[in-house]
Write a protein that binds this ligand. Structure first.
Ligand code: GDP
Ligand code: IMO
Ligand code: MG
Length: 423
């Protein structure tokens, strides 16, 4: 296996968890490098379903070392509850390593997230309310607490006292909300720290050593490229580097270590939260896709907005991530529709473009330009070979390939691990 990064090519929930799980059997080390418990990665093995928010999906393989790297923001309470759930299901968690540099989501972060969203009113981002943005903001402002500090009682106390002054001033004076008790936070989080201490270490060296020994690495991206803080549809984005480049920030691996970049894209498009979505379907086809694809958030349970596949967006993702291959997922969901549409360009203020506009605010109208393809009626969830797919499904995949310009290496026809076609 080449050292591989798996990333979302759209607005998240592309079935990265399923693809990481499918590929991780061949890896020695699997690193999650961004985001926090805003993510929800679903893995289905046989009749067992696992929903990962913080823990790398590859923890299900006992021989893999799962790493939570520097770029993550970690809510200790959620982390412990996820680990507890896994232990109860017989999953071995001893190999897990958490970077001492990863930032901690403290209880004031979800509060700030909620207060900021309320303040924005109609312009709210529709965040997951997990405190992700405020935690990354504190990291950039250099007032964050890192995992290495959390697990060191003296440093934690000193750091918390320093920070609570800012936080309570903000909570009270800007938002008019109730201040938080520093001692209560210290007590609660010291307990979490004690339980997490055995996992916290310098993960950069683990990764670098694995590379030096020729071990196989895999990097699990969370969210999607169009939610990236730089590449995404700002300000309706998350606060981390979701793309392939993120795998080289704070993981211990430099860019030359990456040999393969798999973009995961749904066979249609979904988005949770606010922001542009040119191919969104607000009609019965959108509802058909939502119900057939069970398109309700893994983390928040919110109904996902659904629409046709947008290859302008995916082509952009392929470009900025240097994608070597695509994994097209949930193809089975499109079965039963007479006609399928694929967006190949946008018409923005009357001008046709195949490039994703960077400045959406300056555009008054941007409508998708579609190719129409015939659908298929067969249930394809049992198909395991590309040649056995209905001719129209094969043609759909080939059309995506020709529009995006990179090969579709994997096709997913169901949530279970084995419901996967390798090209
Ligand atoms: P992630 O965040 O990218 O890992 O994706 P999510 O887990 O949030 O959402 C993907 C959903 O689709 C999950 O419920 C998966 O179990 C499900 N899923 C994955 N692949 C397929 C597929 O090929 N077909 C169908 N019908 N469902 C799938
Ligand atoms: P996975 O890894 C889909 C979206 C939120 C919101 C925006 C900002 O499962 O694909 P945040 O809480 O991060 O500040 O919210 O980003 N969002 C996701 N959408 N999948 C995700 O993760 C997401 N993580 C964040 O809905 O629009
Ligand atoms: Mg998800």
């Amino acid at each position: 296996m080449a050292n591989t990064v798996v990333i979302g090519a759209q607005w998240g929930d592309e079935a990265k968890g399923k693809i990481v799980d499918y590929l991780a059997g061949e890896a020695d080390v699997v690193v999650r490098y961004n985001g926090g418990n805003n993510a929800g990665h679903t893995v289905m093995v046989g009749s067992e379903t696992y929903k990962f928010h913080l823990i790398p999906s590859a923890i299900l393989y006992p021989d893999v070392t799962p790493i939570m790297a520097d770029g993550m923001v970690i809510d200790p309470k959620v982390c412990l509850s996820e680990l507890d759930g896994l232990v109860k299901r017989g999953v071995v968690i001893d190999n897990l390593r958490i970077s001492r540099n990863a930032h901690v989501i403290m209880p004031y972060h979800p509060l700030q997230d909620r207060l900021e969203e309320e303040q924005k009113g109609g312009k709210a981002i529709g965040t997951t309310a997990r405190g992700i943005g405020p935690a990354y903001a504190d990291k950039a402002s250099r007032i964050g607490i890192r995992m290495g500090e959390l697990v060191d009682p003296k440093r934690f106390k000193a750091r918390l006292t320093e920070i609570m002054k800012f936080k309570n001033a903000l909570i009270e004076k800007v938002y008019g909300a109730e201040p938080m008790s520093e001692s209560a936070i210290y007590e609660e989080y010291s307990e979490y720290a004690q339980k997490l201490r055995p996992f916290v270490t310098d993960t950069n060296f683990i990764v670098a050593e694995a590379l030096a020994q020729g071990k196989k690495l895999m990097f699990e991206g969370a969210q999607g490229t169009l939610l990236d803080i730089d590449y995404g549809t700002y300000p309706f984005v998350t606060s981390s580097h979701t793309g392939a480049g993120g795998a080289c920030i704070g993981t211990g691996a430099g860019p030359r270590a990456i040999e393969r970049i798999i973009g995961v894209g749904k066979s249609y498009t979904t988005r949770v939260g606010a922001g542009v979505f040119p191919t969104e379907l607000l009609d019965e086809t959108g509802c058909y896709i939502r119900e057939r694809g069970h398109e309700y958030g893994t983390t928040t349970g919110r109904p996902r907005r659904c629409g046709w596949l947008d290859t302008v967006a995916i082509r952009f993702s392929a470009m900025v991530n240097g994608m070597t291959g695509l994994s097209l997922t949930l193809l089975d969901v499109l079965g039963g529709l007479d006609t399928l549409k694929i967006c190949k360009a946008y018409k923005c203020d009357g001008v046709e473009t195949t490039n994703l506009p960077g400045d959406w605010d300056s555009i008054t109208e941007c409508v998708p330009v579609y190719d129409e393809l015939p659908g298929w009626q067969e249930d394809i969830s049992g198909v395991r070979k590309f040649e056995d797919l209905p001719a129209n499904a094969q043609a759909y995949v080939r059309h995506v390939e020709s529009l995006v310009g990179i090969p579709v290496e994997y096709i997913s026809v169901g949530p279970e691990r084995t419901q996967t076609i390798v090209r």
